[in-house]
Ligand binder design. Structure first.
Ligand SMILES: [Zn+2]
Length: 400
């Protein structure tokens, strides 16, 4: 329990409104200050499908006062969300972003559902719901009879003609039965647990296993799979691996991608921040841009790679690593390649977000220094290669 509360607080502090962002996935509240992870996740083509088809059933909502639990989108009165259980009623929902606390009220300490308030005012569902609650002690048929005269004409009207009144009444009856299994507790906060692990605590493994079966896409080409598998052999900080993984899948938040996914508005300046010409795509930013080509050339010369790889092959290192027969050299070249793309990305971010000017010298220093640090950490012995030797003859370093 303690764990869940801490994680909720952490998520809330980092990402703000969990109800709207995580449980509802409301794209309209995303601002430009959001983390790239959230924006990428929520605007991705897969998110809506994953969220509504699967994710809501993976989160168990333990309803307290109902303030944090979405009324329609969360699974709190059964194994599925109310939206999934009663799609016809959902189509007539009033404010579908409401949370449970707005769906009724406490009267002298006793919770009363105000079912009519769930639906658009004046809609058939609202009227049926009002009658149903008034006649709660009667059967659904009695409630129907009470409203039949007033609603008969509406059945043939536009908008709701597709859902017969009787079906709506039956759904309302089932909904009310489901609601009666839930107790709203005035002084208890809602809590959430992870339904896909018996402990109730979230684990990445159970989440991965759960979603893996729903994520379908075209299979990756075999050389891309080999490149990604080789990437995981590098002992560099996890954020660098994660960055490179996204790089190899063309999933970086370059400006062309942000425009395509609707995060940046169409027509907004999407030019490359380094050279000021050409749209900022992954291939432009890292390989075609004059500024980064200059960096790659210097790195290529520093590594003295000409006997092992061509300049172009070095740019596509993770597709050409087998051309370097010596594993030690291969790991050095790969680590420097990772440092190069990472440094170019950081410099690009500093130009855009910190308004800094691009410095060729600084970028080169970062590449040389961070790759040396990562390799020293990997070999666990700094004295295997002093920085002077690294600076001058890098491929002769780190030999055991
Ligand atoms: Zn450029």
């Amino acid at each position: 329990m303690e764990k869940e509360v801490v994680w909720q607080d952490l998520l809330r502090a980092r990402y703000g409104n969990i109800r709207l962002k995580v449980l509802i996935g409301d794209v309209s509240i995303l601002s430009k200050k959001e983390s790239h992870w959230w924006r990428d996740l929520i605007v991705s083509d897969n998110y809506e499908k994953l969220l509504f088809d699967h994710f809501t059933s993976a989160i168990k909502c333990n309803v307290g006062n109902g303030f944090s639990t979405p009324l329609w989108f969360a699974s709190w009165a059964g194994q599925k969300s109310i939206m999934e259980l009663f799609p016809n009623l959902f189509s007539l929902a009033g404010n579908f972003l409401d949370s449970i606390n707005l769906a009724g009220a406490f009267v002298e300490g006793v919770w009363n559902w105000n079912l009519a308030s769930w639906f658009e005012e004046g809609s058939i569902a609202a009227e049926l719901a009002a009658d149903l609650l008034q006649n709660a002690s009667y059967s659904c048929v009695a409630a129907l009879e009470a409203t039949e005269a007033g609603l008969a004409a509406a059945d043939s009207g536009a908008g709701t003609a597709s859902v017969p009144t009787q079906q709506l009444a039956a759904e309302l009856q089932s909904l009310l039965a489901a609601l009666n299994t839930v107790r709203i507790k005035e002084n208890v906060e809602d809590s959430f647990s992870w339904a896909k692990d018996s402990s109730g605590s979230f684990t990445v493994k159970s989440c991965y296993e759960f979603f893996k079966k729903f994520l379908s896409g075209p299979p990756l080409e075999s050389d891309k799979v080999k490149a990604l598998n080789f990437l995981w052999k590098f002992k560099v900080p996890p954020k660098i691996l994660c960055f490179a993984w996204r790089f190899l899948l063309n999933r970086l938040a370059t400006r062309d991608q942000l425009v395509r996914r609707g995060v940046l508005e169409e027509g907004i300046d999407s030019r490359c921040a380094l050279c000021g010409s050409g749209e900022e795509s992954l291939s432009h930013l890292f390989f075609l841009c004059n500024v980064s080509v200059h960096i790659w050339r210097r790195v290529f010369m520093w590594l003295d790679l000409s006997g092992l790889l061509s300049f172009e092959e070095f740019g596509d290192f993770f597709y050409n690593f087998r051309k370097i027969p010596c594993l030690n050299k291969c790991m050095i070249v790969g680590t420097v390649w990772l440092a190069t793309v990472w440094s170019i990305w950081l410099k690009r971010n500093a130009v855009i977000f910190e308004k800094e000017a691009f410095s060729f010298t600084e970028c080169m220093s970062d590449i040389v220094l961070s790759s040396w640090r990562w390799l020293c950490a990997f070999h666990k012995r700094v004295n295997l290669c002093n920085f002077y030797l690294w600076n001058t003859l890098p491929l002769l370093c780190f030999e055991r």
